[in-house]
Design a binder for this molecule. Structure first.
Ligand code: HEM
Length: 138
């Protein structure tokens, strides 16, 4: 059971990274296109945003399960608490990305430029969380 949940923890990390780097690739290609980007390209944004939301939700659920199964009596130290802080910021960032994207789409507007920056920040947070996790559990 523990191994299955750990697999899902890694799987959700893989999905989250895909969403982050995918959104970055779309933003880059839209910017490079210069002309209004083809709908088929911009349609990938909400897909990656929702994928990211699902992934960060699953990484929290599996993380809590892993913690409750093996670590409730273990002091995992400040690095683990930093990892949780980074994971919480990531969750908040992904929620904001989804809300801003949905709001812009509902208004028939292109996503605000801040969205690409937020996407970059959430991808960086994912990488930092991985580094902290490997530091704590290796
Ligand atoms: C962005 C968020 C997260 C990322 C990228 C992430 C990544 C990872 C990685 C890469 C490992 C394996 C470390 C290793 O074995 O060397 C791991 C293990 C673990 N993570 Fe996370 N994690 C995240 C969020 C969380 C959260 C929110 C929790 C708890 C609430 C959590 C709890 C755990 C636990 C308990 C383990 C140890 C599993 C074991 O004993 O092998 N993680 N995480």
């Amino acid at each position: 059971m523990f191994a299955t949940i750990k697999f899902l923890h890694f799987f959700s990390l893989m999905l989250g990274a895909t969403a982050g780097f995918g959104n970055m690739a779309v933003a880059l290609h839209v910017k490079r296109a210069g002309i209004p980007a083809p709908a088929s390209l911009t349609a990938m944004r909400p897909f990656f945003s929702k994928l990211g939301l699902g992934a960060v939700g699953l990484i929290w659920l599996t993380g809590i399960a892993l913690y409750l199964m093996h670590y409730t009596s273990v002091d995992l130290g400040i690095a683990f608490h930093l990892k949780l802080l980074v994971a919480a910021l990531l969750f908040a960032g992904v929620v904001v990305i989804n809300r801003m994207g949905a709001k812009a789409a509902a208004a028939g507007m292109p996503p605000p430029p801040a969205l690409a920056k937020l996407g970059l920040a959430t991808t960086a947070l994912t990488v930092i969380a991985v580094a902290l996790a490997v530091y704590v559990f290796s």
